[in-house]
Design a protein around this ligand. Structure first.
Ligand SMILES: [Cu+2]
Length: 318
């Protein structure tokens, strides 16, 4: 594949990672996998099953994780703009969850907030009538007092609201090829590689902060993209970490969309700051063939920043 070049999306190399994790971060680089695409634009129906699984993120063994239709996180939902889609959510877990459609402009009765829990062993059938313009949204459990833990476990995924006109707009539309969905999340792992969500006093005061960055639930990965313009749909699905993102060679990005959809025109930027829950879409030019490294500098909202370390790397170059 001589016309393709590597673009690394997720080599977590935080300077304060502990022993075994630091070794993994410096280890071999794997290909970044996208969440599976669940395209409901034709059927106007989709089904998500909240389920238990096991994930070994670090190679140290791993442990129980949760996901929709898989072990960790959920599929990317492609939903039609200007149409109604019937959803079916099965909860096979042993505790109540909810599925909140973050960013969706829909009535409260189908919004999936803390008032709409899905009890264990039950199914919820919300009808999602999308009257909003195309945008990148996300879904996540939103149980009162338990959202942080359940999202850490994996109950989250991305939504593309699609009006079928992106090709006419000249935007990349091949999912996972030149249209990449990147879910940025931080985690802590114990020595067995299980997700560690023990909340310390600073966690409770400042919000949970992990010491490794996962991209689509994966550590130490790179994405290979075609030469040309590549679209990155970025979601910060972390509890509290804010990511100031840029490419290590300061290459230009063109911001095309934010939480509510497309801008009137692209804006050339060198960096962007993405807070928890936010989405940004950027175009990056890979026609020159040089690999790029997407880097996150230190969380600007971090108490004791000096103690916790400075720059952290969300990507690495090849
Ligand atoms: Cu939300």
């Amino acid at each position: 594949m001589t016309n393709r070049r590597a673009f690394i999306a997720g080599l977590a190399g935080l300077p304060f990672a502990t022993g075994p994790l630091a070794a993994i971060a410096q280890g071999s680089v794997r290909a970044l996998a996208m969440p599976p695409l669940l395209d409901a634009t034709r059927d106007r129906h989709f089904r998500l099953t909240a389920q238990k699984g096991k994930t070994d993120f670090t190679g140290l063994g791993g442990g129980e994780t949760w996901g929709f239709n898989q072990s960790f996180l959920g599929p990317t939902l492609r939903l039609p703009a200007g149409a109604s889609t019937q959803a079916q959510i099965d909860n096979t877990l042993s505790e109540k969850i909810s599925v909140h459609w973050h960013g969706m402009l829909i009535p409260g009765e189908v919004d999936g907030g803390p008032h709409q829990t899905i009890e264990p062993g039950t199914t919820w059938f919300p009808e999602l009538d999308l009257t909003q313009p195309p945008a990148t949204l996300w879904y996540h459990s939103h149980v009162h007092g338990d959202t942080g833990r359940q999202v850490q476990r994996g109950l989250a995924g991305v939504i593309h609201v699609d009006d079928g006109r992106d090709d006419a707009r000249g935007l990349p539309i091949s999912y996972g090829v030149d249209d990449l969905t990147l879910v940025l999340q931080d985690r802590r792992f114990d020595r067995q590689g299980r997700i560690d969500y023990g909340l310390s006093m600073p966690d409770q005061m400042m919000g949970f902060m992990g010491n490794v960055i996962l991209v689509n639930g994966q550590l130490g990965t790179q994405a290979v993209v075609p030469r040309g313009i590549v679209r990155l749909r970025l979601l910060n699905g972390s509890n509290a970490r804010i990511y100031p993102l840029s490419f290590s060679d300061r290459r230009e990005m063109h911001l095309i969309a934010t939480d509510s959809g497309y801008l009137n025109q692209p804006v050339a930027i060198e960096s962007l700051v993405i807070a928890p829950g936010e989405r940004y879409e950027v175009l990056v030019d890979f026609s020159g063939g040089e690999a790029g490294t997407l880097v996150s500098s230190a969380n600007p909202n971090q108490m004791m920043g000096g103690m916790m370390g400075g720059a952290s790397t969300a990507g690495g170059a090849s």
